[in-house]
Ligand binder design. Structure first.
Ligand code: FRU
Length: 470
């Protein structure tokens, strides 16, 4: 029999396995979010195929998942469900890689009229398959409410003709299906009567928008009588790495048009003015006609080296998207915490909890300074600058920033709307701060890794109410 010999490598492996085991079994990791969705173990990126099952009151969230390691790898669709968008139950993986490639991002629709022939109300997933010779779109269907999926036997349904050809978001457009697809640094639109046969309609974005990186995870949504096109870009975000730009315009059934001149690199509007909100999608079939959205709360610059052990990444809280007109008369895409996220707010408290909500009331006639800190001197400093009309967050001294040179950052959002009093909501969890203008004019999402929770809050130029979470 071969004798087992201890060497440094085997000792390190055993120690790593023990750490992973402890973290997995006890969920003991200090940076595991309390009220944000995280994968049970290993790697997660983009949220995929989210939809709401109104008959059972269940929110389904699928996600890019490598079940083998806490870093990106062969992609699967992981699956979690929730009744309240706060508590998530982890379910088995629904889509595994196959001979056509690994399973990249995509969307889900409920096929109410059985256009695809998989049955009335079949849940149909449309996703990218990625292999080294290219990227194609495939479909799979579920007749048990999204728990198990059967892959269509004539996949792929749309062959790629360029290297980056991915992330189909499908919606119903009057009398046919519409696919919005990211193709290098453009968006293409395709139409289909049955989710199986797709016809090219048009392309958008060649000379518009930010072009510092590849375009990914698009979504076209109708809001009132306008259309908004969300386009994630990586790299090329305003503070480095990944971020989500958007365009407001019109859709004539074939082409998307927005006013030229407004959407140029320097003045691009962003869905979120922090570093950590990427690949945001809305839930198909959200109740009350709302646009309930969630994004991946990370950034490709450092997502794989974040200081967690057994798992990596978390999603943002659910937010409702809407359009408003700012002080300059421009359309802006606003985001407010969804009512399901606001329901987290528990009792008011004097002490800053390690996961809680802070409501700031800031006097609009003077600058305000808000500091979250801990006994180790680690701090996050926020500033409302009424002259520059900005809200900023500085995480350069927030805690562990050592894992990536790109992590220390100071992010800035334009206020867009002048107010006498600014109300700002801070959603604080174990490794994140999401700041919102309470009326939704801007949002800012940033990760933080303090060596112990922030337990002190100081506000100059305003007042704060602190709430426990329910
Ligand atoms: C965005 C993305 C998508 C792709 C997926 C792969 O974060 O790069 O474009 O489908 O992640 O995991």
């Amino acid at each position: 029999m071969k004798k087992f010999k201890f060497n440094l490598y085997s000792v390190l492996c055993i120690l790593y396995s023990l750490a992973v085991f402890t973290a997995c079994t006890k969920q003991a990791e200090p940076f595991r979010s309390v009220y944000h969705h995280t994968p049970e173990a290993n790697w997660m990126n983009d949220p995929n195929g989210m939809f709401y099952d109104e008959a059972n009151g269940i929110w389904h969230l699928y996600y890019q998942h490598n079940p083998e390691a806490p870093v990106w790898g062969p992609m699967h669709w992981g699956h979690s469900v929730s009744k309240d968008l706060i508590h998530w139950e982890h379910l088995p993986i629904v889509l595994y890689p196959d001979s056509l490639g690994t399973i990249f991002s995509g969307s889900i629709v409920i096929d109410r009229n059985n256009t695809a022939g998989f049955g009335e109300n079949a849940i149909v997933a449309i996703y990218t398959q990625s292999e080294y010779i290219g990227q194609h779109q495939s479909i799979a269907y579920s007749t048990d409410g999204g728990m198990n999926f059967i892959k269509y036997d004539a996949n792929p349904v749309l062959m790629g003709d360029i290297a980056d050809f991915r992330d189909p978001k499908v919606t119903w457009d009057g009398d046919h299906w519409l696919m919005t697809l990211a193709c290098q640094q453009e968006i293409r639109f395709y139409g289909s009567p049955n989710l199986k046969d797709w016809t090219y309609l048009s392309s958008f974005g060649k000379d518009l928008g930010a072009h510092g990186g590849v375009w990914e995870c698009p979504e076209l949504m109708k809001i009132n009588d306008k259309y908004v096109l969300l386009v994630s870009i990586n790299p090329g975000g305003p503070f480095g790495g990944s971020a989500t730009q958007y365009f407001v315009g019109d859709w004539d059934g074939k082409t998307f048009k927005c006013e030229n001149g407004k959407y140029e690199n320097e003045q691009m509007p962003w869905l979120d003015y922090g570093k950590d909100n990427y690949s945001t999608f809305t839930f198909h079939n959200s109740p009350e006609g709302r646009l309930v959205a969630m994004g991946w709360m990370s950034n490709w610059q450092y997502a794989e080296v974040l200081p967690t052990v057994a798992f990596r990444s978390q999603n943002t809280i659910a937010r409702d998207l809407f359009l408003y007109i700012d002080d300059e008369g421009e359309y802006r895409l606003g985001s407010v915490p969804s009512k399901e996220s606001l329901a987290l707010r528990g009792e008011e408290t004097r002490y800053l909890p390690d996961a809680g909500i802070v409501e700031l009331t800031l006097d609009g006639s003077q600058d305000a300074l808000i500091t979250l800190s801990n006994d180790k001197g680690e701090k996050v400093v926020m500033n409302l600058d009424v002259h520059r009309r900005t809200f900023s967050m500085d995480r350069t001294a927030s805690g562990d920033c050592s894992f990536s040179l790109d992590f220390a950052a100071h992010t800035v959002a334009p206020l867009f709307v002048k107010r006498d009093t600014y109300k700002v909501l801070l959603f604080i969890d174990h490794c994140s701060i999401e700041a919102f203008d309470a009326e939704g004019a801007w949002a800012m999402t940033n990760l933080v890794f303090p060596s112990e929770p922030y337990n002190h809050l100081e506000v100059q130029g305003g007042e704060a109410k602190i709430y426990n979470i329910r």
